[in-house]
Design a protein around this ligand. Sequence first.
Ligand code: NI
Length: 208
Amino acid sequence: MSGLKLFRYVAWAAVAALAVVSGYLVYLQASDGKGTGGLVEPLASIGGPFELIDGNGETVTEKTFTGKPTVIFFGFTFCPDVCPTTLSELQGWMEELGDDAGKLNYAFVTVDPERDTPEVMRDYVWAFDKRIVPLTGSREQVDKILKEYRVYSKKVPLDDGDYTMDHSAGIYLMDADNKFVGTIAYGEAEENSLKKLRRLIDNASSTS
Ligand code: NI
């Protein structure tokens, strides 16, 4: 291949690659603007059966939430920043949704069951909104749901002998059959977050 031919070949290959990449980006944007929220296929294995304890000490499983879409996220009550922010944002969105807020389940699952007993969880979570179900359980029960939802969490010792928890942020959106349909990222704009919640509600009412 001559130098010029090689140059042309490389240039066309670059153009072709760019076309594939931009086509994919367009696809991502389009799929995020309608339907169930995009990225459904690759992440379809998020979620699964669980058994946990709510703020009243009652057993809750994934079946408890079947029939309504569920907004579920993970954290711990001693969290200095991310969890209280997420809880108060969620509380604001529920207010915005008005009566429609009742068409969704809400659950906050602890990654720190050693300290977050049902009582601790209840007092903390219900201070934001009593419609948010506080969930804890044994270490094994919690580890099972963390694994299923691919939640990262790690105990981090503090200088004073205490500890904090590192954990992944973000909210999972599950449909009425507990199938994963999308996420709301930590810090996502309110307008976008509300759009996703309304879509979750609309999709559930159009298929039932
Ligand atoms: Ni947190």
